[in-house]
Design a protein around this ligand. Structure first.
Ligand SMILES: *Cc1c(COP(=O)(O)O)cnc(C)c1O
Length: 219
């Protein structure tokens, strides 16, 4: 099943878009199957799981961090990940910059947008993204290359559409101001909403349950 699901999602993606397989709480055998079916990027929410999976599967694939990154985990994260999709504060940006400098790396990051301005959620409010982008772009060991959003947790993906659209507008606003080609990724949409996200301009989608099935409760 995992193999068929992975292949069919990959086949139906537009050419410009990348699939990030959201691997939280999945076994390494499950992750291996999705890679054997063509998945090129694995998304991890937890450092501990990422380290174990990375040790097992390594550089065959790219690794994106998609969870909330705690400051005391940054030193390990910058070693493993090819991209951190969830830059959500200036303090975190400064630590990623410092730890990346230590290992002489320039870390690709996406700014996480709290597109529905929900107070309990991580991410930069839409109104503040432009200013935040200017600030973090000054950090030499970060490569700020786009935006990521979760959107609100609503079943009906049509109701999430406006938040994807708003995030795309901010993405384009920044793109139009900056001629460089570093600014290129817009990561939006999960299993239930990735088709809508693609219609709204996403070029990274993060999919878990549509590949692996429902998540099992943790043992
Ligand atoms: C788990 C997760 C996903 C994938 O969610 P599914 O509903 O399982 O597809 C996408 N993005 C983030 C940040 C996640 O934590």
């Amino acid at each position: 099943m995992i193999k068929e699901k992975t292949k069919s999602i990959l086949q139906n993606l537009p050419e410009r878009a990348d699939l990030v397989v959201a691997a939280k709480d999945r076994s390494r055998e499950e992750i291996k199957q999705t890679i054997e079916s063509g998945a090129k990027i694995i998304g991890e929410n937890y450092l501990k799981q990422a380290k174990a999976n990375y040790a097992f599967l390594g550089a065959k694939v790219k690794w994106h961090f998609i969870g909330h990154l705690q400051k005391n985990k940054v030193r390990k994260a910058v070693k493993i990940f090819d991209m951190i999709e969830t830059l959500d504060s200036l303090a975190l940006a400064e630590i990623i910059n410092k730890e990346s400098e230590r290992i002489k790396k320039v870390m690709p990051v996406l700014i996480e947008v709290n597109s529905a301005s929900e107070p309990q959620k991580f991410g930069i409010f839409p109104d503040e993204v432009l200013e935040f982008k200017e600030k973090v772009s000054r950090l030499p060991h970060l490569q700020v290359c786009g935006l990521m959003t979760m959107g609100p947790f609503i079943r009906d993906s049509e109701k999430i559409r406006p938040y994807f659209r708003k995030t795309k507008e901010i993405f384009d606003q920044i793109k139009n101001k900056n001629q460089g080609n570093q600014w290129k990724y817009l990561s939006m949409g999960m299993s239930s909403s990735y088709k809508v996200a693609l219609e709204e301009g996403a070029n990274i989608v993060r999919v878990g349950t549509a590949i692996f099935g429902p998540r099992q409760p943790k043992k």
